[in-house]
Ligand binder design. Structure first.
Ligand code: NDP
Length: 449
């Protein structure tokens, strides 16, 4: 006899916890998805029969490799590189590469698992993968970063390809790193395979709006979610964390829409600028000079720099966590709620701890989960892949309006699924169920593989 959905979820969850007990972030991501799936399994016993969940929690392939490189003093360093190819039932593996000292197999797996559902929601025919290394590009010269990227790609190049696996950027991997990675791939492959990486420079195969896409996309999603609940961005204040790719362009789009982003942060502290973050100055400091936020404060009299502390102590209408995983703790959530936060929009991947999420959920705060809200980046990467395949190039306006349409669609699909499963406006339930059904149906159609 077939297991009940409750028994089945329990069994597979226990298996994941037993097998990957040293990977807390991965288990957190699995639990978050599993918590939404009961009503789906009740409707689809074939998912239990075909052991879809058990197959889904095991990546199709995990690659771990040595990355040796020379620093500027001719000293040899060795880092650990990863590429986890999670699921290819909807298309080639697709997902970013992260360079950060905290990278380990559990972090890459949580990111790859999230990517399965996010990529499904974009409806762009992309599977899921993620990679990275425990390398810290901060404080390294361009030459050191280049040598590291070349060594990383020397191994990675055997495993990727425009029909196989298409990496992009993430924390610590921006346009400079993608350039060095692409250069080395081209050299090793001896062909110009544009579609093998996304986030390329716009002069050599990159799509317009890819740089802006994750931040802009999160704000487009927020706009839809807020409108549905009777709110707007205009005239409201937003707290943004992080000061990298996602944070900069989320803040920029908030200001375009008449809101005011009043904070940004990094791992050392945060800026409060009640007059609104000066986006040009922020780009100059972070993108051009690669300097720290103290530089921003030194040049902007209205800005206050707070060393340490938490950006979530500041009062604002909306919270846009755009830095890293688990950056909103239970205590942070309590402070945000006390200060009257209306909506939380995850620009980063899994920035809200489960305890903080429970508090937001209980307080009925509007909550946009990262796998839906930050899908604009990978969706625009898919647009870059199509332009590369067709050898075409879209201008900025066309690219932005395609991104906007995709984010509206991601919102609507997510909202509809939340209604269908009886919790209208529960975007976590909506995102998990809508995407899971797409992936599960494809897995069943393609047989046990
Ligand atoms: P960047 O490297 O451009 O910026 C990351 C920012 O977050 C920096 O300000 C960094 O500060 C801060 N940060 C990183 N780690 C920590 C930490 N442990 N504690 C405090 N601050 C930290 O990365 P992105 O903007 O690209 O990525 C941000 C988030 O968005 C990540 O969760 C990523 O997975 C997610 N994301 C990114 C996409 C993209 O297209 N780039 C797509 C979808 C999701 P510092 O400089 O001090 O390290």
């Amino acid at each position: 006899m077939l297991q009940s959905p409750e028994e089945h979820l329990d069994e597979v969850r226990t298996l994941a916890h037993k097998r990957d007990r040293h990977q807390p972030e991965y288990l957190q991501a699995v639990d978050e998805v599993f918590d939404s799936l009961l009503p789906v399994l009740h409707e689809h016993p074939e998912y239990i029969e075909n052991r879809v969940l058990e197959r889904l929690i095991e990546p199709e392939r995990q690659i771990m490799f040595r990355v040796p490189w020379f620093d500027d003093n001719n000293r040899v360093h060795v880092n650990r590189g990863y590429r986890i190819q999670f699921s290819s039932s909807l298309g080639p593996y697709k997902g970013g590469i992260r360079f950060h000292p905290s990278v380990n197999v559990g972090i890459v797996k949580f990111l790859g698992f999230e990517q399965i559902f996010k990529n499904a929601l974009t409806m762009q025919g992309i599977g899921a993968g993620k990679g990275g290394a425990d390398f810290d590009p901060r404080g390294r010269s361009n030459a050191e970063v280049m040598r590291f990227c070349q060594s990383f790609m020397t191994e990675l190049s055997r495993h990727i390809g425009e029909q196989t696996d298409v990496p992009a950027g993430d924390i610590g991997v921006g346009s400079r790193e993608i350039g060095y990675l692409f250069g080395q791939y081209r050299r090793l492959a001896n062909r110009y395979e544009s579609g093998v990486l996304t986030g390329k420079g716009t002069g050599w195969g990159g799509a317009e709006v890819r740089t802006q896409a994750t931040g802009y996309g999160a704000v487009f999603f927020a706009e839809e979610m807020l409108a549905k609940a009777g709110y707007g961005i205009h005239g409201r204040t937003a707290l943004v964390s992080g000061s990298g790719n996602v944070a900069i362009y989320a803040a920029e789009k908030i200001q375009h829409l008449g809101g005011k982003a009043i904070t940004v942060s990094d791992s050392n502290g945060y800026i409060v600028d009640e007059s609104g973050i000066d986006i040009d100055l922020l780009k100059q400091v972070k993108e051009v000079e690669r300097a720290r936020l103290t530089e921003y404060a030194a040049r902007k009299p209205s800005a206050r720099y707070v060393e340490g502390g938490s950006v979530w102590d500041v009062a604002g209408d909306f919270a846009f966590p755009c830095a890293t995983q688990n950056e909103i703790s239970e205590e942070n959530a309590r402070t945000l709620l006390k200060n009257g936060v209306i909506a939380v929009v995850e620009g980063a991947n899994m920035p809200t701890t489960p305890e903080a999420f429970d508090l937001f959920h209980e307080a009925k705060v509007l909550f946009a989960p990262g796998k839906a809200a930050n899908a604009g980046g990978v969706a625009t990467s898919a647009l870059e892949m199509s332009q590369n395949a067709a050898r075409s190039r879209w201008d900025f306006d066309k690219s932005e309006s395609r991104l906007h349409a995709i984010m509206r669609n991601v919102h609507d699909k997510t909202y509809e699924a939340s209604e269908r499963y009886g919790q209208p406006g529960d975007y976590v339930l909506g995102a998990n169920t809508a995407s899971f059904v797409m992936v599960a149906d494809a897995m069943i159609a393609q047989g046990v593989c």
